[in-house]
Ligand binder design. Structure first.
Ligand code: TRP
Length: 73
């Protein structure tokens, strides 16, 4: 395991059906996993050797080392 990939973000769903979508690392960038959160659920998601990016769909608050992001639409 590459120990450089230890960053994580916290996602708090503000609505039902928020999606956390993982995108693959490497030459081929594709979606590899979708997690659905209901209102009030919190997910702590890490960047790994398999996951280089995440796409969040729906109303949520993101907490990252770069700051807080409110998604309101
Ligand atoms: N098997 C995935 C991985 O190790 C699990 C995962 C980690 C994931 N972070 C994620 C899935 C973020 C979706 C979003 O990379």
């Amino acid at each position: 395991m590459n120990m450089n990939n230890t960053d994580y973000i916290v996602i708090k769903a503000k609505d039902n059906g928020v999606q956390v979508i993982g995108l693959t690392r490497g030459n081929d960038t594709r979606l590899h996993h979708t997690e659905k959160l209901d209102k009030g659920e919190v997910m702590i998601a890490q960047f790994t050797e398999h996951t280089s990016a995440m796409k969040i769909r729906g109303k949520a608050t993101l907490y990252t080392k770069h700051g807080e992001v409110e998604i309101d639409e």
